[in-house]
Write a protein that binds this ligand. Structure first.
Ligand code: BGC
Length: 747
């Protein structure tokens, strides 16, 4: 059995056991029906699914493969039985198969506004912040917290797990995604999914499969990429995420991949996902991503979502396609079996209705912990932490008196405490601020200081006041949103000029960036300190203030490269027409009329790999981040048995404050040719001053391999590989060589 299959089954046994053991105790009537339909209390999920499938009518089967919008649409009310959210799939009550109530939930439950007016949910920091923690335990906690809040509202499917790689720093959804590296993204997304699915009765997706790395033209984009390069980059992130998170569902993306829409792409859905990775769950479409029935069904799509948005409905002629043999009955049965298997594996049939009330104090603590560890200190000339006895602090801009920004689109959470502020960025496009005001939190951290605020609208006025302060903290915001990539890497609305003037007036200026990705900093040399806080979530203001005061020593490390200019990127301009990602859906019978082909010529050389290959120097490299202490890394050791490679190094806290070090290991070779540089693993060590710890990692052998698409396997070439260790992709101070024999690994 392949590893992925084994892990998947092991998880199911774990999920199913409580159901099997506590069967009698579970709502007796419902359980009895389920047992009758599912075939008995001791069956595993697949057997139970098979037993139910065998008793289902053709109509019941079609019901399960067909999803609609869960909220009112046009003049139609929400579907009967729906909570009111992104998606709804009717259940089959006579077998105890519950309806699927689907909500977006990457950064918190995104749909509370639709359920009950005034309902709100905990807004988690951006996934970029979560990724910057490099801490899978925190990602798991995030999943648990969001999962609990979702279950408490009766949702049983989370549209979470956004595993797309950050290929371009201007990508509109980068704040929802994790990183530019497949190992980091895969591990973090897998942990978040695992956390969510640890709540009884919850399936999480992993999405958007695959290569939906830009918003420009997303529905008409054909991403042309070498298949092996895709396997070594974007698909590897998904592969690791699927292995670790065991998501009940995979959401296929809007775009095409090498000439076929992702949701009708048999290479992606059947060859890679289901055959090579042994995936047993079901594939659901993104909302509006279905354009055919027979092609989609044959390619491996198992369930249509939000049918009102699709140009061609999967359901329209699936029944006749099956009757005529254009889609084999076995394929329809496979769709249903997969859906049922996930439903049983994750306990949906055994935990109907709403889950327990969530522990909101724990949600808050999780949001705070993520932002404390996820904000990245980029520059510090000794200005931070600000001294406790500081006299006058001048805070400028970014609505810091009201809250912290959040990213736009389907992941938008209506935060607890209500929307602190809305700033319009074009028609119907509102940036929403989460009510965790940095200004108030700074006042709490510095109770003896005189803390004043200016909205920054007049740079002259702000610069005059700044000159008189002991320290200035400027908040700079760049809003990013689904459906729209940023045109460039600049801060908008004249904020560069504002910072320039203020930093000129007072070099004791801290710039707090609240952005959904890398930005340019023309004023960098003037700034005393720069903190990248991303979108800070429900406790963002508190975490930022704690870092400024030194109550928290920031451990965050960049999950993306900060370039010096757009000219350094594989694509100096994002290709395509920004209007190609319509904000409204096209819907049934609609046509997009054109397809835009994008050559992903950088292949697997995403982010820092591109920079290394081209010998380009970024402003801040991948993996980078400062601390209020310093760490020393030495004594890199590498041992190999066959292709099992273990690496270790000792890390010491050489400063005077406790802190968290994130030593990183990279691999390149053989002879620098095939693999220019790849993150091979990392450790996270909490070290007291003077303390020394050991970082050790077992390297995933796929990171020594390239993918052979013809032979459908990973191939490690015989030769000498170089392992380097350091604190970011550029400063790798230790190196050692390891010789590996040639070997093949299953796909
Ligand atoms: C997004 C998905 C989301 C879905 C449902 C789509 O536009 O791409 O991420 O889950 O809408 O809201």
């Amino acid at each position: 059995m392949r590893t992925s299959e084994r892990r998947f089954d092991a998880r199911w046994i774990r999920e199913v056991r409580p159901w099997a053991l506590g069967f009698v105790a579970i709502v007796a009537a419902a359980a009895a029906t389920a047992r009758a339909g599912g075939g008995g209390g001791e069956l595993g999920p697949s057997e139970r699914a098979q037993a139910t499938l065998e008793r289902m009518t053709a109509t019941e089967k079609l019901t399960l493969v067909h999803g609609v919008l869960g909220a009112p649409w046009g003049k139609k009310p929400k579907p009967s039985g729906a909570i009111g959210s992104a998606g709804f799939v009717a259940g089959v009550p006579r077998f105890g198969v519950p309806a699927l109530q689907e909500t977006d939930a990457e950064l918190g439950v995104a749909n509370p506004g639709n359920i009950r007016r005034g309902d709100t949910a905990t807004a988690m920091p951006a996934n970029l912040a979560l990724a910057s923690t490099w801490d899978p335990a925190l990602a798991r906690r995030q999943g648990e917290a969001v999962g609990s809040e979702a279950r408490a509202r009766g949702f049983n499917v989370l549209l979470g797990g956004a595993a797309n790689l950050i290929r371009d720093p201007r990508g509109g959804r980068n704040f929802e995604y994790f990183s530019e590296d497949p190992l980091l993204s895969g591990i973090m997304v897998g942990a978040a999914i695992d956390g969510a699915q640890s709540r009884p009765g919850l399936i999480s997706t992993i999405k958007h499969f695959a290569l939906n790395d830009q918003e420009t033209d997303r529905v008409v984009l054909d991403v042309r990429i070498d298949r092996a390069a895709a396997r070594e980059s974007d698909l590897l992130a998904f592969e690791i995420g699927v292995e670790r998170g065991q998501p009940g569902s995979v959401m296929c993306a809007y775009n095409q991949v090498n000439g076929a829409y992702a949701c009708e792409n048999s290479w992606l859905l059947t060859e890679v996902l289901k055959k090579d990775w042994g995936y047993k769950g079901f594939v659901m479409s993104d909302w509006g991503a279905v354009h055919s029935t027979v092609r989609s069904a044959l390619a491996g799509l198992d369930q249509e979502s939000g049918e009102q948005l699709d140009t061609r409905n999967f359901m329209d002629d699936l029944a006749s396609a099956v009757a005529e043999g254009a889609v084999p009955q076995a394929r329809l049965d496979d769709m249903v079996r997969r859906i049922l298997t996930s439903v049983y594996a994750h306990g949906l049939a055994d935990s109907a209705g709403e889950g327990d009330p969530p522990n909101l104090a724990e949600s808050d603590a999780t949001a705070l912990a993520i932002e404390r560890s996820g904000a990245v200190l980029l520059q510090n000339n000794g200005l931070l932490p600000l001294p406790a006895d500081i006299g006058r602090i001048f805070v400028v801009g970014g609505h810091a008196d009201l809250g912290v920004p959040s990213g736009g689109g389907s992941s938008q959470v209506i935060p607890r405490g209500g929307i602190a502020a809305k700033q319009y960025e074009g028609r119907n496009r509102a940036m929403i601020f989460t009510p965790s005001a940095p200004l108030e939190a700074i006042r709490r951290q510095f109770p003896h200081a005189q803390v004043e605020y200016d909205d920054g609208r007049s740079p002259e006025r702000a610069a005059d006041a700044a000159a008189k302060a002991d320290a200035v903290i400027v908040f700079a915001v760049k809003w990013m949103s689904e459906t729209r990539d940023a045109e460039n890497l600049a801060l908008p609305h004249g904020q560069d000029q504002l910072i320039e003037r203020i930093a000129h007036a007072n070099p004791r200026t801290v710039v707090v960036l609240e952005t959904g990705g890398a930005v340019l900093m023309p004023w960098r040399e003037r700034a005393g300190a720069i903190l990248e806080a991303w979108y800070g979530g429900q406790k963002g203001g508190e975490a930022i203030a704690e870092i400024l005061s030194g109550a928290v020593n920031p451990p965050g490390r960049l999950p993306v490269t900060f370039p010096a200019s757009e000219a350094q990127l594989p694509h100096p301009k994002i290709e395509g027409d920004p209007r190609g990602a319509p904000e409204g859906p096209v819907g049934r019978g609609g046509r997009y009329g054109r397809i835009f082909t994008a050559d992903t010529s950088e292949g697997a050389a995403v982010g820092y790999k591109w920079f290394v290959e081209r010998s380009e120097k970024p402003v801040f490299p991948f993996g980078y981040g400062l601390s209020y202490t310093t760490f020393r890394l030495q004594g890199l050791k590498v041992t190999a048995e066959g292709n099992a490679v273990k690496v270790s190094a000792s890390v010491a806290n050489a400063g005077s404050r406790a802190g968290i070090a994130t030593p990183q290991f990279y691999v390149s070779g053989p002879d620098g040719a095939r693999i220019p540089l790849r993150l091979a693993g990392w450790s996270r060590l909490a070290l007291a001053p003077g303390e020394e710890g050991q970082a050790s990692v077992t390297v995933d052998p796929r990171l020594f391999a390239t993918f052979d698409e013809a032979a459908r396997c990973w191939r490690i070439a015989a030769g000498t590989y170089r392992i380097t260790a350091g604190f970011d992709a550029e400063s790798r101070t230790e190196s050692a060589d390891v010789s590996l024999p040639a070997s093949d690994l299953p796909p």
